[in-house]
Design a protein. Sequence first.
Length: 146
Amino acid sequence: MDDGQREITGSDAKAQTIDYGAKKRRIILMLLAYSAILGITAVIFPDKDAPRDFVFFLPLLILGVSWCFTDAAERNYRMGRLMSLLLILFLGIGLPIYLFRTRGFGAFKTLAATLLLVGGMITCVVVAAFVTLYVGNAAGLLNLVH
């Protein structure tokens, strides 16, 4: 081939396969890890401030949307602009719609797993906050007793 293009042979095709399951698991682990980081920051920065909260929760949105795009690539589902916009602006509404479009009634199983993930994320936030409070008080870094 003189024009610089390469023909993909069988061994090259195997090397180019993407493990979407591993990518989705990594995203889920990042969601759990970031939830623990949110628990720590909730103790360190206890003030309620809406703009700061948006910045803190933006990575959760990005990870959630990236999971959807990875899943769409795994299923060879072409996501339109409207679905992409819906996922980015209203993840809580867009995710179930996306799941029902790609899985049919199997979406109920994925939504149940999503609820378990959200419960695990809340648990990570609470446990990380309690550990931060305990360690901070024990080390004298957080003086909560007035």
